[in-house]
Design a protein around this ligand. Structure first.
Ligand code: SIN
Length: 560
């Protein structure tokens, strides 16, 4: 298949040195930058502007035990239950213990979370899989925007430097005094506002923190914004690291359905709407979640998405591509509690106080990623990973709602604080022997095909037939990409640009995800195999995916 081991770009023409470079500017990256900054020079590299990632769009909020009638034990057991046997309990316990502190920290930084109606205590709501009300929110359904605003202002105010429209192409490697491989920096493609290449440079640093988020844009329909293109996972694979649990992509049960051909970022209809008592109905007027799970409409997300997909496949009332969410019991209170969702409903001529909202599942969150601990350490010295790009053991096979922003703040702050205390030694940059311009890039025009293949064949419900079709189609796209580069027709080769780098990263992640999904012959969490419906004890294990020296994806960890 020959996926590229470097992203094509011209030779670097500039260099810059800092103590810590952070790739990505969402909650995890900015928390790390802010915590390291008091004593370190810190550069945040974002391929767009600070708020272009998923944090800005998060609706639900942050989960943490703040109600005296709730307990750490409850939050731990809800997280473990959602994670379907693949969470690391010790890491979950650590996260849950630090969650309330991280929320109070954000408030001290200036985040305004909604108070209870008519009161001053902070309001706590519930989402799928939670046994208690423990989610703080802001602006009703604009929680992520408040977290992003708070961290943007705090990081800039603290003197964190930002390099915008700067694409992190690949890691730059070095060798430590003891002969161990260590990261020495990152190669950057600076672009203009249209994503066209302006220059290439190297940022050297003693620590590189990858916080590039997930890869929802690998699917045709997703709640993720356009910038979420798997850049961190692809960069790590090219650097020889393994990525874990890639088969576990969480599909949010309810994004607003705007027609069967709607593609790209879709409006989320927060799980908090079901937390406020909304109910799912099919087009024939039957309830979707009755008899499926004891928590019914507030079952964990994987259960609700699978039930909706199953119901849509049965096409009740002749409708096979959406169901309906009924929140009319809230009446006009809906407008105040969910202002963004209200605005989106009005755009399609609906009034959520009186109308049912058409919804369907869409790709939402990558439970897997670069293997790291809660302090961000990866298998490569000097490289740290935090937030959605990482796989720390908190989420297992299915993330519990609103644990992700919490994890980003906790892990990001821990990494930044550790780097403030101590930095890895400096290593010098190794010369590159390969000309990166000789490597192929995906023609951005083919990205539509990649996404269509992923949504058609690697969605909520999968089987060997659909996954092998996906592998075949992606393999053909990868082969075309390589043959264009080796053809003598120079006009055929693809120019380095933000779009072609993103496309190449998405293709790499898609191939890796399909390989992991094919290898896991069971159903668990958000990986549902129609041909292997059971959850099997022998599969209480993680799959590690790597990119080998000839650009083939390899999967390790399958049980005998
Ligand atoms: C939601 O508001 O439903 C999304 C929250 C999350 O993904 O944790």
């Amino acid at each position: 298949m020959n996926l590229p081991r470097r992203l094509a770009a011209p030779q670097p023409t500039w260099e810059r040195d800092v103590d810590v470079v952070v790739l990505g500017s969402g909650a995890a990256g900015l928390s790390a930058a802010l915590a390291a900054r008091p004593v370190r020079s810190v550069l945040v590299v974002t391929k767009d502007v600070l708020s272009a990632g998923s944090t800005q769009w998060a609706q639900g909020g942050l989960a943490g035990v703040l109600d005296p009638s709730d307990t750490i034990e409850n939050h731990v057991s809800d997280t473990l239950a959602a994670g379907a046997g693949l969470c690391d309990e010790a890491v979950v316990r650590e996260l849950v213990r630090e969650a309330p502190k991280s929320i109070r920290y954000l408030m001290r930084l200036g985040a305004a979370f909604d108070p209870e109606r008519g009161g001053t205590d902070i309001a706590l709501t519930r989402e799928g899989g939670h046994s208690h009300n423990r989610i703080v929110h802001s602006g009703g359904d604009q929680s992520g925007a408040e977290v992003q605003r708070t961290l943007d202002e705090s990081a800039i105010g603290a003197g964190v430097d930002v390099l915008s429209r700067a694409f992190a192409l690949d890691l730059v490697m070095g060798t430590a005094a003891d002969g161990e491989r260590q990261v020495a920096g990152v190669r950057i493609g600076q672009t203009d506002e249209h994503g066209q290449l302006v220059s290439v440079g190297i940022v050297t640093a003693r620590a590189v923190v990858v916080a590039c988020g997930g890869y929802g844009q690998v699917f045709a329909s997703t709640s993720n914004p356009p910038a979420v293109t798997g850049d961190g996972v692809a960069l790590a694979l090219r650097a020889g690291l393994s990525a874990t649990d890639l088969e576990f992509v969480q599909f949010h049960p309810t994004v607003m359905w705007r027609g069967s051909d709607a593609t790209g970022q879709q409006m989320l209809v927060s799980e908090a709407v079901r937390g406020e008592g909304a109910i799912l109905f099919d087009a024939a007027g039957e309830r979707v979640m009755v008899g499926v799970h004891p928590q019914e409409d507030l079952a964990p997300r994987d259960v609700v998405s699978a039930a909706i997909s199953q119901r849509m496949a049965e096409a009740p009332g002749g409708v096979d591509d959406h169901v309906y969410l009924d929140a009319t019991h809230m009446g006009e209170r809906f407008y105040e509690r969910f202002p963004s969702i209200t605005a989106a409903c009005r755009e399609i001529g609906l009034d959520p106080a009186t109308d049912r909202i058409p919804v369907s599942p869409a790709a939402h969150y990558a439970c897997g990623g670069i293997k790291a601990d809660l302090d961000g350490h990866t298998s490569l010295r000097g490289l740290f990973a935090v937030g959605e790009v990482s796989s720390t053991g908190v989420h297992g096979a299915n993330r519990l709602a609103s644990n992700s922003l919490t994890e980003s703040i906790v892990a990001g702050t821990r990494v930044g604080r550790d780097l403030a205390w101590e930095l890895p030694d400096r290593v010098s940059v190794e010369p590159e022997f390969e000309d990166p311009m000789a490597l192929p890039l995906l023609n951005p025009a083919r990205l539509r095909e990649v996404r269509a293949v992923m949504s058609r064949h690697v969605g909520v419900l999968r089987d060997e037939l659909s996954l092998s079709s996906a592998a075949g189609a992606l393999g053909a796209i990868a082969r075309d990409m390589s043959s264009v580069k080796s053809s003598s027709d120079e006009r055929a080769s693809v120019e380095p640009s933000r779009r072609s780098w993103e496309g190449t990263n998405l293709l790499t992640v898609a191939v890796a995800m399909v390989a992991a999904a094919r290898a896991r012959t069971e159903s668990r969490g958000c990986h549902r195999r129609v041909d292997y419906p059971d959850t099997l004890d022998k599969w209480v294990t993680h799959l590690d995916v790597t990119l080998d020296s000839v650009g083939e994806i390899c999967v390790d960890g399958t049980p005998d």
